[in-house]
Design a protein around this ligand. Sequence first.
Ligand code: HEC
Ligand code: HEC
Length: 348
Amino acid sequence: MNAKTLTVLVAAALALQQGCSSEETPPAPTSSVAGAQSYEKTCTLCHGKDGEGYAADNATALRSPTFLATATDEFLARSISRGRPGTTMSSWGKARGGPYDDAAITGIVAHLRTWQTGPSVTLGSAPIAGDPTRGAATYATACASCHGATGSEGPNVRLANAELLDVASDEFLRYAIVNGRPGTAMRGYGAELSADQIADVVSLLRSWAKPVAPGSVPVPGTLGPIVQNPDGPEPAFEVGKRFTPVDVVKAELDRGAAMGFLDARAPSDYVAEHIAGAASVPFYEAGDYLFALPKDKWLIAYCGCPHAASGALVNALLANGFTKVTILDEGFDVWRERGYPVRSGPNP
Ligand code: HEC
Ligand code: HEC
């Protein structure tokens, strides 16, 4: 019997055992109930329990009525699965190294839809013709303070983000600018700016579009050795001190002190880039990793937020009897900006 025949026989036996024919597929867990559980586990940290936003890191108000009215299911699913690279909004889809398959993401979208109170608005798909040069002048005075001079600096939604501009049509952008996002700092500009001025700004945003990264990325593999310099001296960190500055951590590492880095972000962020030698321990799965982590060596949790995900991970460790834990104070971005060692890919 070859391997293929065996597989077919096993499948048939399993189908018999379950009392169904192999043609029937089990119902996919797409319900908003499963989606609510996923949301609670991985999204509340930043977007808030009820999608009110701003729980951490300027994450947007997902329950905003104008947002839900104009964001299609595809917009939501794509935004969740591919994230907004370069921001703390991770890629949550499996193809990008995240935890969720398409069915799980459909469930999360269904959960977000439970917050929608008004009808959806159908937007046209025709491009909006404006003058990006004139738009740049309006943008600099009216928008740059919140969205950044080039649309990438924040503190609010990075409008120049390739993934956003790939899913957001010109009409989606115009609708947001005209009507704002009630209940947030984004007011409507429909009365303040003329239709031409708004078309010019939309053209400017469109001029920022770039091709999105194709393909999928690998998921982090095994944890690897958690502790670097395992035989080195104990680092001079203080027990009970929640935050430790990057320069202090780096100096101790250079001294050969024993410590391990825990990357608290979604695995997709880890694969994109992480502190050299770090282990991927996503904040929302901390419990699954406790058995593999040492209690007698120092562990430094970090994220890009710079404290939300690492804070959640450290809280889980403290609650489970770990004491030698601290948060990398300024977070991953500052570590990288300093030129300290980072690595890409699924391995430490
Ligand atoms: C670590 C914080 C963080 C977590 C966790 C997080 N997000 Fe986000 N999310 C953000 C930020 C920040 C943005 C805005 C990105 C930007 O600046 O452009 C965002 C943007 C979004 C957007 C696009 C909103 C818009 O107005 O275009 C959606 C949809 C979204 N997140 C859904 C989710 C879902 C669903 C989850 C859980 C699976 C999740 N997010 C987890 C921080 C987070
Ligand atoms: C006072 C700060 C502030 C100013 C000024 C501002 N925005 Fe916003 N903008 C925000 C915030 C905050 C959000 C996200 C709201 C939310 O949580 O849903 C946003 C959202 C948006 C969105 C929707 C993005 C998405 O993915 O849903 C667009 C488009 C936008 N702004 C364009 C503009 C333009 C163009 C201007 C200037 C005419 C402007 N904004 C001025 C704060 C601001």
